[in-house]
Write a protein that binds this ligand. Structure first.
Ligand code: TMP
Length: 223
């Protein structure tokens, strides 16, 4: 059985992750890999309930951070680790970088406390922290992301934040990328969807996870 691969996707709201993640899931399946496509907060029945609360109900920053990590714990134990053990490619729409970017840099919550929670929740028997093998960061000027999001849907507690909040979130992702340059791959999300797709597949081919460049899915051929 092939070894499991854990890939997360990050970026400010409106950066355009979703369609690409679906396309990559199809590409991996076409190359014979089993894929677990999942998201945070969410991915288990319990974590999806926590998602509804954290996206919609008012709460203080510590409660928000604890709920993110509670949802993550359930997700890791019930979905991510079992899928990796089965050799799946796990494609996860957001993971802990989002907590550092949104709760840490966006809300201004204590980064040291977040690191401690990360140790508790992602600590393994081996002593290592569970981290994605690769994080594809859709880097986009928050002003452009806000424009893209404007008419898209009814905003949740995060999407309704002002531009200044997303500027902080973007700075948070930048700090995470600088601290983990081998794990985090910066994708220029201001480019056309076709070009973004090419950046993504190139990164995955370079690591040997996709064997050849795959054609751009029809859904991504429009600008
Ligand atoms: P989504 O819309 O990409 O599914 O993400 C849900 C929202 O939750 C998004 O605005 C980012 C936010 N979020 C956090 O604030 N902290 C986290 O740890 C995660 C995973 C998401």
């Amino acid at each position: 059985m092939s070894k499991g691969v854990f890939i997360s996707f990050e970026g400010v709201d409106g950066a355009g992750k979703s369609t690409h993640i679906q396309g990559l899931a199809d590409a991996f399946r076409q190359q014979g890999r089993k894929v677990t496509l999942t998201r945070e907060p969410g991915g288990t029945p319990l974590a999806e309930k926590l998602r509804q609360m954290v996206l919609n109900d008012a709460m203080d920053p510590l409660t928000e951070a604890l709920l993110m990590f509670a949802a993550r714990r359930s997700h890791i134990q019930e979905v991510i680790l079992p899928a990796l053990a089965e050799g799946h490619v796990v494609l996860c729409d957001r993971f802990t970088d989002a907590t550092f970017a949104y709760q840490g840099h966006g809300r201004g919550f204590d980064l040291a406390v977040l690191s401690q929670l990360e140790q508790w929740v992602q600590g393994q028997a081996s002593g290592d922290l569970l981290q994605p093998d690769m994080t594809l960061w859709f880097a986009l000027d928050p002003a452009i992301a806000a424009e893209r999001l404007a008419d898209a849907r009814v905003p949740d507690r995060f999407e309704s934040q002002p531009l200044a909040f997303f500027a902080q979130v973007h700075a948070g992702y930048l700090a995470r990328a600088e601290a983990a340059p081998h794990r985090m791959v910066r994708i220029d999300a201001a480019q056309s969807r076709h070009q973004v797709w090419q950046q993504l597949t190139q990164a995955l081919v370079r690591r040997g996870w996709l064997s050849i460049m795959v054609a751009t899915p029809t859904a991504l051929n429009t600008p």
